[in-house]
Write a protein of this length. Structure first.
Lengths: 320, 540
């Protein structure tokens, strides 16, 4: 039996202040980038507008394309290379009337056809979203995150204890903020797929936190006299081989998506890869300190130190 | 051990069921044949639907358009619109179209493999409200012309910021609207100098006027003004013609003044088909039902020698003179329109008018080649991810790792089968969700194996260690699976299209991973322990 990181005794929790400083610095840098760039970059899914992906038979002259688009009355069109030298994305955002955006996509076809000829290009993708649909989607996404938080809180309060639930949800909230900071740094666009990735990150981060908390729950039961600080450290150490192995495998999978998944899936893969990283980090350095803080502020009944987490609730009894 | 037998039977039974669910089978589908016609053919395929992002096609969301007038009973309007849109799409000719109501006020239309999104939009969106109206014979517009001039002057509407924007419509091959009368638009110029009447020239035909295309925008803005509208002759309607025509080198658009009461509407129409006739060019021939035919005969009989405007969606298609009473048949001239345009018009006329105007809220059009690229990329990434997982698992856990991989194979099979049985649509984010759920499945195995190792280190026998390992890992696996599943459910509930596809694959993946990790792998161990009753070491 070959074992890695077996029986380690690292004092993880000791470094929580340093870790907190690092993550705050990261988030601050991300948020500054966010403010400097005038907010998050929303895709047309959320703002309403038009996106077209074109493949040209020959490398187009972007400057001429831009001039032609402006001459065709399409102001504010953003042209961006997409994957290769012959593939381009043209974006026009925020046109409020759906009739207007529809016309815009037809005009792009017309202008480009005049420039390179009807056979000189191909429209791979054309998406037109009305502003109303966009704002509804945005509301739906925020609602989805909040509801998933509420449900998680209730579930963990039922399976563990309210303080575990709170710590897990705050750790997850940290992951969302950190991921948004990451997106701001990479200038990733917030699209529907990115929202899906973000929600997966939430799920993954919760996964990881729960696995460590599961150990804490068990260790609290085993050693009722031990200080929470030590219990947390011990739990993190005991789950370390699992953490390393699982994160390595999932990171390998998302890295494969990142490298080979193609341009469309890339933002998704970026966020997933970062999410695995921050999810792991937050389980140790966000959830645990919060659990300690809550413990200090609202100590458990001294008679039954650790007992509440330790007692097998009816729900757990069923599973065991 | 009968318990073990049942376990094995269940696993193999499910595997067999999954294989059956995934076998390519013959289904009868609407398909587009090579010659472009549509028919029902037998096709053999794996029963796993691909989303539009993978096979290419068009997704459209329509909503009620209330910009012109509010709609009282929205849900009724959307239900009736749905029926009309469905009929139109069915005749449009794509395989496996989806027409569906979402929420209370939207319709989504999905057309796989469509290559002409503009045409599809038009077919869906056209109101197709057909009316026949007699042109005004009472010179009603002339009589109010000076009053209209007065209003324009008084309200200072004529700021005269003439834009030449409308002047580009000199399409060739226009139908000779005025050839009916043999008169030229510019011949009978009784032009007064009023700011309103200056723009309008009589044509000699009662109720039909000519407007320079350069003046269209200005005149149209006047006509939309509420003061002007109030002063227009009562019981009459002012409508634009559908086409621009060129007379004496000038581009002219006709303006019609019509009796507001239609002599008949498209409600009575039973059939419409496109044809090409020698003089008019492309026409759409239509047929009315008996009641409609009777009315049409009576009304046209009363109006012999009058001009009858054929009005489609508030635009006058043509205004022929009535030679004699017309029965159940008639035709709409398309001018320079192509046969395709005529056949589209015939299609929407047959399907009936939309009860309320629809607005396109969203269109997504994915080229087929992009879809193929995405599938290729997804498969490549998936294969690489899987081989990395295999390397790590077998390299670290040896024999147990191989058991995990065998479990993983079953896991993939079960998940695919579940997706196929639920009729889930495989999308690009769906593939990503699948790759992720492989990660989750591996995590469950890792949790169990690590526990077993701990127990072995603590000096337990192999059999006890395996049992304890599964028992201790269970709460963590269940808690993580449930919380991820809850997130997936929320995603499904609030997501649309691609996000839903992701949520469904994730859910199916979690269910399959729970089953394989805590049941299948455990059974594998039981089989192994049964064969090696005296085993003292486990390769893990």
């Amino acid at each position: 039996m070959y074992r890695i990181l077996h029986d380690t005794k690292y004092d993880f929790i000791r470094w929580w202040r340093v870790a907190a400083g690092l993550t705050i610095a990261f988030i601050v840098v991300g948020l500054v980038a966010l403010v400097l760039r005038g907010g998050l970059l929303y895709s047309v899914d959320f703002t309403g507008g038009t996106v077209m992906q074109l493949t040209f038979t020959q490398e187009p002259d972007v400057q001429r394309l831009r001039t032609a688009l402006v001459a065709g009355g399409l102001h504010g069109a953003e042209i961006q290379e997409f994957g290769s030298k012959t593939e381009y994305i043209i974006r026009m955002q925020g046109d409020t009337s759906s009739a207007g955006t529809e016309v815009a996509s037809q005009n792009v076809r017309k202008v480009v056809a005049e420039l390179v000829g009807q056979d000189g290009f191909r429209v791979d993708r054309a998406e037109v979203v009305g502003a109303r649909v966009g704002s509804e989607l945005r509301r739906g996404a925020i609602l989805a995150v909040l509801i998933s938080f509420a449900i998680t809180l209730v579930y963990l309060a039922w399976r563990f204890e309210w303080r575990f639930g709170l710590a897990a949800v705050l750790a997850t909230a940290h992951d969302i903020i950190a991921t948004i900071a990451f997106m701001a740094m990479l200038r990733l666009e917030v699209s529907l797929t990115v929202i899906a990735a973000l929600l997966t990150v939430i799920g993954y981060s919760l996964n990881d936190t729960i696995i460590i908390f599961d150990r804490v729950r068990e260790n609290l039961r085993k050693n009722r006299k031990e200080a929470l600080y030590d219990t947390l450290n011990r739990s993190v150490n005991e789950t370390l081989p699992r953490s390393v192995l699982t994160h390595a495998t999932t990171l390998a999978a998302t890295a494969a998506l990142l490298i080979f998944g193609g341009e469309v899936i890339r933002p998704f893969a970026w966020i997933m890869s970062f999410g695995i990283f921050t999810g792991t980090f937050s389980s140790i350095y966000v959830a645990s300190p919060i659990l300690m803080y809550v413990e200090q502020r609202f100590p458990r009944d001294p008679d039954s130190k650790g007992a509440r987490a330790a007692t097998v609730s009816p729900a757990q009894a069923k599973v065991r | 051990m009968s318990n073990l037998k049942y376990r094995i039977a269940l696993i193999l039974g499910l595997a067999a069921l999954s294989l059956v669910a995934l076998t390519p089978r013959n289904t009868i589908e609407r398909v587009k044949r090579a010659d472009g016609s549509i028919g029902f053919d037998t096709v053999k395929r794996v029963p796993l639907k691909r989303g539009l992002d993978l096979q290419g096609g068009m997704h459209m969301t329509l909503e009620l358009d209330e910009t012109d007038r509010a709609i009282a009973d929205k849900s009724d309007a959307i239900d009736r619109s749905l029926k009309v849109v469905r009929t139109r799409i069915d005749e449009f000719g794509v395989s496996e179209p989806v027409v569906q109501k979402v929420g209370s006020d939207r319709i989504i239309v999905e057309l796989p493999g469509i290559d002409d999104p503009e045409r599809a939009t038009q077919v869906v969106q056209k109101s197709a409200f057909l009316k026949f109206q007699i042109t005004d014979k009472t010179s009603a517009l002339e009589r109010v012309a000076s009053r209209l001039d007065g209003i324009v002057r008084e309200k200072k509407l004529g700021t005269r910021t003439v834009t030449a924007a409308g002047d580009t419509a000199n399409a060739p091959g226009l139908k000779a609207l005025f050839s009916d009368t043999g008169k030229r638009a510019d011949s009978a110029a009784t032009a007064t100098d009023g700011p309103f009447s200056r723009l309008i020239q009589p044509t000699g035909v009662p109720g039909i006027y000519a407007v320079m295309t350069t003046d269209m925008a200005e005149l149209d803005s006047y006509l939309k003004n509420p003061d002007i509208q109030a002063a227009l002759p009562p019981g009459k309607e002012v409508r634009w013609g559908a086409d621009t025509l060129v007379t004496a080198g000038r581009a002219v658009r006709s303006l019609y003044v019509l009796d507001a009461r239609p002599i008949i509407t498209g409600d009575y129409l039973t059939d419409a088909k496109p044809t090409q006739v020698p003089i008019e060019g492309t026409v759409v021939e239509f047929q009315l039902n008996n009641e409609g035919g009777r009315r049409f005969r009576v009304e046209t009989g009363k109006h012999v020698k009058d001009y009858m405007a054929i009005v489609l969606d508030d635009r006058v298609m043509s205004a022929p003179v009535i030679q004699s009473a017309i029965g159940t048949r008639g035709q709409i001239t398309m001018g320079g329109g192509s046969l395709q345009a005529a056949s589209d018009l015939a299609l929407v006329l047959r399907a009936g008018a939309l009860p309320a105007p629809l607005r396109v809220a969203e269109i997504r059009n994915i080229g087929a080649s992009l879809g193929a690229d995405s599938i290729q990329a997804g498969i490549t990434a998936g294969l690489i991810a899987i081989s990395l997982v295999i390397t790590i698992m077998v390299g670290y856990y040896r024999f147990s790792g191989m058991l995990a991989i065998a479990g993983l194979v079953l896991y993939v099979l079960y998940t695919m089968a579940a997706l196929s049985l639920f009729g889930a649509v495989l999308t690009l984010p769906g593939i990503a969700g699948f790759v992720l759920s492989i990660g989750i499945a591996v995590d469950a195995n890792v949790l169990i194996f690590e526990r077993i190792r701990e127990e072995i280190v603590h000096g337990k026998t192999v059999r006890t260690a395996v049992e304890e390992g599964f028992r201790h890992a269970l709460p963590a696996i269940i808690d993580t699976s449930v919380s991820t599943a809850l997130t997936a459910v929320v995603l499904y509930q609030f997501g649309t299209g691609p996000v839903r596809g992701f949520a469904v694959t994730l859910l199916a993946g979690i269910a399959a991973s729970l089953f394989t990790a805590i049941f299948v792998i455990r059974t594998f161990y039981l089989i192994w322990l049964n064969r090696n009753r005296t085993a003292e070491a486990l390769s893990i």
